[in-house]
Each structure stands twice: as C-alpha cells, then as structure tokens.
Design a protein around this ligand. Structure first.
Ligand code: HEM
Length: 497
C-alpha cells in the first residue's frame, strides 16, 4: 500500500513538474526579454502583487518608489508581465506602436461600469462604436454645447453662492452633478440641473463613485481572479447593487431622451425643420437600426462613465488649486472679467481664456483623474534599451508621469506657466498624458476642456474660493478608478460683490 502511494505521489510530482517546465518554456520569450528590465522582487505565482495590497492611499507611496527606477519597471502581477513606463522617450514608443492598441482583458472586469463597446479590448471592435459617437465630438457640435455649459455653470455658481461661508462642503459631489448635467445636455439635449440636495442612490454620480471605490478594492485582490471566490463574496453583491443602480439611471436617461424626441417630432417646430433634440448622433445611433438596444445602452454607459467622473475630478482639483493659490485665482478672475465680464459666456470666448486653460492643465498635471490605463502587446515592441515581448502589457500611471522629477522641475509646485507655449515647446508631448495619446486616446478631450473652461470662468467671476489645505503635499489621494481626495476637497466660497 505504502509503495502504491509512493508511486502515485511520484507520478503526481513528475506530472506537475513536467507541466511547470512546459509552462515556463512556453513563456521563455517573456523571461528572456524582461531579464534586464529593473523591477521589484517577484515570487512564483503571485509575482509582485503583494505591493498592491497596501491601502488605496498607500499606493501613492508605491508610486514614489517608482522614481528609483530609470523610467521603466518590470512588474509580474500574478503570472502576467507588465512594464510600468513613465519616461517620455519610452512613452513615445508606447503610444505610437501598432502593437500596443489592444486593452488588456482586465478591462472586461469593468464591463458593467464602462460597457463593452468603445472600451472593449479589441481595437477593431471599438472603432465601430467610436465612429458611431463621433458626431457628439465634432468641433461644431462642441461649440454649440457651450451655451448649455454656460447656463449650467451659472446655476452651479448660484448654488455655491447660496452655500457661502459653509465649510466642509461636498464639492466633489456638486462637481459631479455639474458634469452629469452638461454631459447629458451634450448627448441627449436635456440636462439634470445641479442642486445642493443630499447625495444618495438617486444620484448617478454617487453610484459611480461607490462602484469605483469597491471595484478598486476588488482589482488589487488577486484571489478575486478566481471566479468562484469572487461570486461568493460580499464584494460582488455590493458591486452588483451599485451597477444595477447605474444601469437603471442610464436606461431612464435614454427613455427620457426618446420621449422628448417623440414630443419634438410631433411638434410644429419639428414639422418646420427646427428640431431641438434631433442631433446627427441621435439620428444615426439611437434612432437608427444598425445597433442593438444592448449596444446602445453600453455605449451611452461608456460615455457617461468615462466623461462625468473624470471632468468632475478636474473641476474639483482646479478649484482646490485656485483656492490654494490666490494669485492664480486673481489672474483667472481678471482674465474672465476682461474677456466676458458678466455677460453669458460664448464659444468664441473660450480661446481667449488662456491663463484659465493653463491653470486647468496644471491642475490636471498634479491631479490627473484617470489613475491607470493599460495596453496589451500583440507583438514585440522595441522601446530602445528594452523590448516588451508579445503577450506582455504596458501600464501607464499619469500621476507618476506628471510628477516625474527628472522632467518637471519642482514637481509639486503649482505653476500654470509651465503650459506657456515656449515652455511646452521644450518638453516632450509625452510628458503630459491626462487624455492618453494615439489611436485609443480620449474621444472627449475637447468636450472636457471646453466644459471645464466655461465652468471655471462661470464660477470664479461669481465667488471667491478658499481651502483648508496648506499645500499640494497636504492633499492625500485615493487611487480609485478616478482620483479622489482622502479628506475631501475642503473648499468654501464667498460671493464676490
Ligand atoms: C478631464 C476629463 C477627461 C479625462 C482626464 C479623460 C481621460 C481619458 C483617458 C486617459 C482615456 C484612455 C483610457 C484607456 O485607455 O483606458 C480616455 C478614454 C476615453 N474617454 Fe476620456 N477623459 C475625460 C473626459 C471625457 C469625456 C468628457 C468623454 C465623453 C463624454 C470621454 C470619453 C472617453 C471615451 C469614450 C474613452 C475610450 C476611448 C477608447 O477606448 O477608444 N472622456 N479618457
């Protein structure tokens, strides 16, 4: 009997070792290319995943450790090889490589939040949906939204005036309501006016924040890669709850848009050819027959999840930076008064808000809303001194790129002049990547910039902004799907005369 169990054990161990050797052999190209790339200690199976198991706020400390490496780091996360790249010379190769266009399948785990159309890993499939939503982002279309942005920013300023003097406001939630309102107007033609009411499940923005928080928790715990463990966890129940609420919000927006469209189609105005809600996008995408209902819902979900939280994060960080730097705030105020005074902001004004734009970009440099994005390598990519092999992946942390001391002098100093044309000409375009670059860059970047300029101008001419923070270092960050602040925005407002 003893002999039999010894034999069985020997067979088992031999099979296991043979399988393991075969597994390593099939991946030899990964080890060969990665051996000279510096990186943290990696253990079999778990790789360097232990590094990500610190608290969310602790990830910032991990980011700071990156600067000990020469702009590129090899990280084994479980059995997958990732290169974290943050030096512009490597980033240029990354963003221009035809072999780095596919998103990793890890994005699939976020399908409930970001949809599986534009954000889908396959670049070929994604292109079809990018084309479908392109009319929303045509230059003429964006110009036409500025009227709506201006009305919303005036409403937002009124809410802030009504809350004057009150400290510890949940400004992040108000910013989310503003960007939800304006994004909704651009896509559907109707808004969801900004209000100062309590946040809760009825708030799309609140649900988005909740799901982002819990999904980040899930992402860094590799045992949730095992479906059975994840399916039995409370984390899944929580994520499902918030995702269902988000789904219901999106369905309700689409059905309101269709109802309004119906009313409009039957109205006299429409019969005379003056349809308010009939955009090219609406005609071809929502009313056309080329896309299924599921594709429509998924794509609208992608636009909202990609555009609302991110723009809100920049609005909030710009207000925080202007509050922390009264000189810069005064310059923005003077520029706005010189260009528009108290009249309604129009799209032709936006090109003259030069300092305001630089202040927004500098805030986005210090606090880039998209914490992380990644690409799979479908072929070997030559990065100069190093090669990223096929079946690896590259990961981009804009925060690390934007605070890299070898590129940005005194990186934690808020200095909008860094974005003066002469200064920018001396820096690689890959040193500033809040919207990513290349084929799969942000489709909504110009919408975001126009919206943010209108919002900041509309707010700063009405109220003065103050903060309880003493410095940029003081602001502790949470690395969720979108950047948030551990201690909130700590802002308060006083009306201008
Ligand atoms: C300041 C605001 C914004 C920032 C910082 C930002 C940033 C980004 C980044 C970094 C990506 C690449 C993500 C990845 O590769 O995984 C991205 C993609 C995307 N963004 Fe934005 N975004 C902003 C606003 C918007 C807005 C307003 C919209 C639309 C209303 C939008 C729609 C999208 C879409 C649809 C994608 C996916 C593109 C693709 O995969 O081909 N974004 N954004």
């Amino acid at each position: 009997m003893d002999n039999l169990s010894d034999i069985l054990l020997a067979i088992f161990l031999t099979t296991l070792s043979t399988w393991y050797v075969k597994f390593l052999w099939s991946r030899r190209h990964l080890y060969l290319h990665a051996w000279n790339v510096p990186g943290p200690l990696a253990f079999p199976i778990v790789g360097s995943a232990y590094k990500a198991l610190r608290s969310n706020a602790g990830l910032i400390e991990v980011f700071n450790e990156f600067y000990e490496y020469p702009g590129i780091i090899k990280v084994w996360f479980s059995t997958k090889l990732w290169y974290v790249v943050f030096e512009p010379k490597y980033l240029e190769k990354v963003f221009t490589s035809p072999d780095l266009l596919e998103k990793p399948h890890d994005y699939k785990r976020l399908t409930d939040i970001i949809g599986d159309t534009i954000f889908t890993p396959s670049v070929k499939k994604s292109k079809r949906y990018r084309r479908a939503v392109a009319p929303i982002f045509y230059k003429n279309a964006i110009d036409s939204y500025v009227k709506g942005f201006a009305e919303s920013s005036a409403d937002f300023a009124k809410v802030l005036r009504s809350l004057a003097g009150r400290k510890d406001l949940d400004v992040e939630m108000l910013c989310l309501r503003y960007t939800l309102d304006t994004t909704c107007k651009s896509i559907f033609g109707f808004g969801v006016p900004v209000s100062g009411s309590e946040a809760g499940e009825h708030d799309y923005g609140y649900c988005l924040r909740k799901v982002a928080e819990i999904s980040t928790y899930r992402f860094v715990r590799i045992w949730f890669n095992v479906k059975l463990i994840y399916n039995m966890s409370r984390t899944k129940q929580e994520i499902d709850k918030w995702n269902n609420l988000i789904h219901a919000h999106i369905l309700s927006m689409i059905s309101t848009a269709r109802r309004l469209q119906e009313i409009q189609t039957n109205s006299e105005d429409s019969k005379n050819g003056n349809s308010k809600y009939e955009s090219d996008f609406f005609k071809s995408f929502i009313r056309g027959s080329e896309y299924t209902e599921e594709e429509i819902v998924d794509t609208i979900k992608s636009l909202f999840s990609a555009g609302v939280d991110t723009a809100a994060s920049v609005l909030c960080s710009t207000l925080m930076m202007l509050a922390l730097h009264p000189d810069a705030q005064q310059k923005v105020y003077e520029e706005v008064m010189e260009v528009v005074g108290h009249r309604q902001i129009e799209h032709t004004d936006l090109q003259h808000f030069r300092y305001t734009e630089m202040a927004i970009k500098e805030s986005m440099r210090l606090f880039p809303p998209t914490i992380i994005f990644a690409r799979d390598s479908t072929g070997a990519v030559n990065l100069g001194e190093y090669v990223l092999p096929k079946d690896g992946a590259v990961v981009i942390f804009p925060l690390v790129i934007h605070r890299n001391p070898t590129v940005w002098n005194d990186p934690l100093k808020f200095d909008p002049d860094r974005f003066l044309p002469d200064e920018m000409a001396q820096r690689s375009p890959y040193a500033f990547v809040p919207f990513s670059h290349g084929v799969r860059n942000c489709i909504g970047w110009q919408h975001a910039m126009w919206n943010l300029k209108t919002a900041i101008a509309g707010i700063i001419r009405e109220v003065k902004v103050f903060t309880g923070y003493q410095s940029v270092e003081d602001i502790k960050l949470n690395c969720e799907l979108v950047l948030t602040y551990t201690h909130g925005s700590k802002l308060w407002f006083e009306p201008r005369e």
